[in-house]
Design a protein around this ligand. Sequence first.
Ligand code: PAF
Length: 287
Amino acid sequence: MTELQLHETLPALRTELSALRRNGKTVALVPTMGNLHKGHLSLIAAARAEYDVVVATIFVNPMQFGAKEDLARYPRTFAADLTALRESGCDYLYTPATGEIYPEGLAVHTRVSVPGISSLHCGHSRPGHFDGVCTVVCKLFNMIQMDAAFFGYKDYQQFHLISTMVRDLYLPVRLYGVPTVRENSGLAMSSRNGYLDAQQRTQASALYATLLQTADSIRAGASEFRQLEKAASATLAAAGLQPDYFHICNRNTLQLAEQNESDLIILAAVYAGTTRLIDNIFVQAAS
Ligand code: PAF
């Protein structure tokens, strides 16, 4: 176990990190909202493997939740998170209060917005969500001043938007995307899986199974993407899930893919009861 140092406020953390960087140490950031699972720990492990110092943050960011979403009931499991971070070899944990991130409140805080893709897919169902994500991530980057930051591919649209923000604003950070960690059933690890009852958990495994099936059809030559999306949504509904969207996209632009495109990602979201789950799969179409 490492000596995990906790910081609830920024100044002392920043002084320590800048001294380390002046002494030639490299620093990686893993931003989280807590309730850590194996997916988060794979980000810490990936950061640990490449960088001298690993900083995790836990901040349940109110700006990325809609008025009717689960901000109040979002799982907060601080004691277990601390143990997991200690075991994973994380060096620093920053847990700012909402007042440190938004001192004068959310309404008057500067926002960072990546137009276009922010309102597609998850952004269509969760208006304003990605502005909240980009704002807090940009702010954390500026606060921590790290060399690199690690994000999970499960939230691929988020990863794509953060990459766009970093490119557009010339933010001095190297981004890493880390593959999704799954339960034995194929269900992608997510803090929201904790909301599922036993039946919903079984139903939820249909999401990845349907992504795999559709990816196989594309690899085998199926190219009527809109038809495949409809068939997949019907399969999800038959499994007891409520499809939110199932989109076969160009992997680089995240726009809906046309028949002649081959570098693809399928992005999908479903409801299992009231719990919203997302997942995705990369697929190279037959040429
Ligand atoms: O993916 C998450 O957990 C959050 O969206 C992030 C990146 C920590 C920003 O609040």
